[in-house]
Design a protein around this ligand. Structure first.
Ligand code: GCW
Length: 683
């Protein structure tokens, strides 16, 4: 089972004998769970499973705390009462946990205290992670609290079982228009999510089939909620804004119509009767052909509030996607700019959204491209809850076929200082509501796992799901820490294995950027087809607005205030100034903000065109290097995963060459400028 990738980072592989012995000597052999909620029971079962796998011993279950000590799981107050000598401390944050090991005479107690039932489970996973990573337990005393209340994943699953932008097989939730009979993969997925502290999951595409809100689906949806519940994962549904008409049979779906408001209220009440702990609803409106409030000349705030008010009495949240843009833009107009759309649509509505509405904003202003600046909307909203949307599924990142670890890219967005109230307001703090004291906010990852044994279509992409969840819990973790943890948990502690995989993962995003869209060019991907291969002109001369505006004279899109689309001016002044000027705009975003001749000299001292040529060669060479370093792991990784990853990397290396040649030849023809190293244009 383990080698299929199904257990992902929760393999609980046996530790080497010396390490196992050390833990067996330190940990009490008995477990006591103080609460009887399903989530706490899950925690106890998981603990027994993990300890058995890693240490080869089976904990004894007891209902009372024996004098010689035990591993005690429970809510914080209960643990304090049950474990003698627990020092008084501050109450734990909701979903937070505390781990501590105390010795008194011959008694030894290890307590896992939670600020909520979920916290107990999260603490249990944290303890198991420490053991798998070989961390010392003797002086254990650790508190951890999630950075933000919202730590969700979204799925773009269609009711027929296909997944939009899913690369790991068919839906774990749906098949042929109904919820799957066998939901065992949903439970297994709940376990993976819980191990990361993820507490909400939407189960249907934001390009929503309205039928999801018909009565026949409610009992089916309730079954999914039930499969997730023991793992503390709450259900979320995507809804269609036309539902009052399409499902309810009303004459209108105008959000300001009283009948429409009443319909949403009655429908939401019905949902909560079926799923009492529903976390909320999610909406994509007025975007890519989805209907929305514009049909009635209403605002996004009118649309969001009518549904949010129906959710309010149940404590539910309403997520309104910030991904609203016109996909029929006139490409001839040099002032048109899709990047402007999120800010233009939502900034002026700041203050008009109810306090259980969250605007869900993609990390960049376009659409999950290899290099984007952080969306200026994060820095603009002061009176509105927000969440950052990160795409775990590798739509524009080689899908399941290329190795790209997205954590370093996400970190750059999360750590980017928006200067929203002077310096020191990184995106992560804004989305968590810490800067403007918002009641809620946080993180949403578009996961799109499927029925494939390894969930995402290959082994290495699991690091992105792991990394997303770890960042949602603690965005201050470094990319290196996350890569190291994931590698050890997934492939074991052999130093050569760890060092090799960690280094592949850590460089992979920049390498991918080198051969698919450096200097802020982005979108050289075939956007007319499946968003996988190279097609330099696919994004040009159409209404989608993913233009890079490269031609015979130069490359890049002028987004300055002075001469371009004005996008740069959507940032707060200090940031805007940096992007506006060629002198201060970083090379890696140059062509995102500026249109320059190919001979333009970069800060690096090299021309744009030569840099494009060189980076494409560098990138392809690096991917070839992945294959060579992987081969050195033969015999150190189980045969199956060794062979599967090798096949992926060999294919990847070929793809990097295809990209290199297609992009370089295109720019060579367009610019008419020879490669100083004589490599391009002679094939
Ligand atoms: O990136 C684009 C994808 C669409 C997706 C859309 C969105 C679900 O190509 O497949 O639709 O974004 O985020 O709504």
């Amino acid at each position: 089972h383990a080698e299929t990738g199904a257990d992902a980072w929760l393999r609980y592989a046996a530790l080497d004998a010396a390490a196992a012995r050390r833990y067996v000597n330190t940990l009490p052999p008995v477990v006591v769970v103080l609460g009887n909620s399903p989530v706490e029971q899950t925690a106890q079962r998981e603990l027994i499973r993990g300890i058995r796998g890693m240490l080869g011993v089976t904990l004894r279950v007891s209902s009372t705390v024996p004098a010689e000590g035990a591993i005690v799981l429970g809510l914080d107050p209960a643990v304090r009462k049950a474990v003698p000598g627990t020092p008084a401390g501050n109450p734990l944050a909701e979903d937070g946990y505390a781990l501590s090991l105390r010795t008194a005479g011959t008694a030894r107690h290890l307590s896992i205290a939670g600020g909520s039932e979920r916290g107990v489970l999260y603490g249990t996973f944290a303890l198991l992670r420490k053991i798998a990573l070989g961390e010392a337990m003797e002086a254990l005393n650790e508190h951890s609290a999630p950075y933000a209340p919202v730590r969700w994943v979204n799925h773009w699953d269609n009711l027929d079982g296909t997944i939009e932008r899913g690369y790991g097989g068919r839906s774990i939730f749906w098949d042929k228009g109904v919820v799957r009979e066998d939901l065992s993969r949903v439970s297994e997925y709940g376990r993976l999510l819980a191990s990361l502290g993820i507490n909400g999951c939407s189960i249907n595409n934001v390009n929503t089939d309205p039928r999801i809100l018909t009565a026949e689906y409610l009992p089916q949806i309730a079954r999914i909620a039930e499969a997730f519940r023991p793992w503390g994962v709450r259900l979320v549904l995507s809804v269609d804004f036309g539902s009052p008409q399409r499902v309810g049979g009303l004459a209108t779906f105008d959000p300001l119509d009283a009948g429409v408001a009443a319909w949403w209220k009655a429908k939401t009440d019905e949902l909560y009767r079926a799923v009492p702990d529903l976390a909320g609803l999610l909406l994509k409106a007025d975007s890519e052909g989805r209907i929305g409030p514009s049909a009635y000349g209403r605002t996004h705030a009118d649309a969001a509030n009518v549904i949010a008010r129906a959710l309010k009495p149940h404590g539910g949240l309403f997520f309104y996607r910030g991904f609203v843009y016109d996909h029929h833009m006139d490409w001839r107009n040099l002032k048109n700019d899709r990047a402007r759309a999120a800010y233009d649509n939502f900034n002026r509505l700041d203050g008009q959204f109810d306090d259980n509405v969250v605007i869900q904003i993609k990390h960049g202003p376009i659409d999950f491209q290899v290099r984007e600046p952080a969306s200026p909307l994060f820095g603009a909203l002061e009176h509105t809850n927000q969440a950052i949307e990160l795409q775990v599924t590798q739509e524009y990142f080689g899908q399941a076929r290329q190795l790209v670890f997205l954590v370093p890219m996400w970190k750059e967005a999360l750590d980017f200082d928006m200067q929203a109230r002077g310096a020191g307001t990184p995106v992560k703090a804004l989305v968590a509501g810490k800067v403007f004291q918002r009641p809620t906010g946080g993180f949403v990852g578009v996961s799109n796992v499927g029925l494939d044994a390894n969930w995402l279509g290959n082994h290495m992409s699991q690091a992105n799901l792991y990394g997303y969840g770890r960042l949602a819990w603690n965005p201050d973790l470094t990319s290196q820490q996350i890569a190291a943890e994931w590698t050890r948990l997934t492939f074991g502690n052999d130093p050569q294995v760890v060092q090799t995989i960690e280094s592949l993962q850590l460089k992979s995003w920049r390498v991918f950027e080198d051969y698919t869209g450096p200097l802020g060019l982005q979108t050289l991907t075939d956007i007319v087809g499946n968003h996988y291969g190279v097609s330099v002109e696919a994004s040009e001369r159409n209404g989608w607005g993913q233009w890079h505006r490269s031609d015979e004279k130069g490359a890049g899109m002028d987004r300055t205030v002075a001469t371009g689309t004005g996008y740069a001016g959507q940032y707060r002044p200090a940031v805007a100034k940096r992007y506006e000027s060629l002198a201060t705009c970083p090379d890696e975003l140059l062509l995102f903000f500026h249109h320059v001749p190919y001979t333009h000299m970069l800060h690096s001292g090299k021309t744009v065109i030569q840099t494009l040529y060189d980076l494409h060669y560098d990138g392809a060479v690096s991917v070839e290097g992945y294959v060579n370093s992987w081969k050195l792991l033969k015999g150190r990784v189980d045969e199956r995963r060794y062979a599967e990853v090798l096949a992926q990397l060999e294919y990847h290396a070929g793809q990097a060459q295809v990209w290199r040649d297609a992009v370089n030849n295109w720019f060579h023809r367009a610019s008419g400028i020879a490669d100083a190293k004589g490599r391009v244009g002679h094939q």
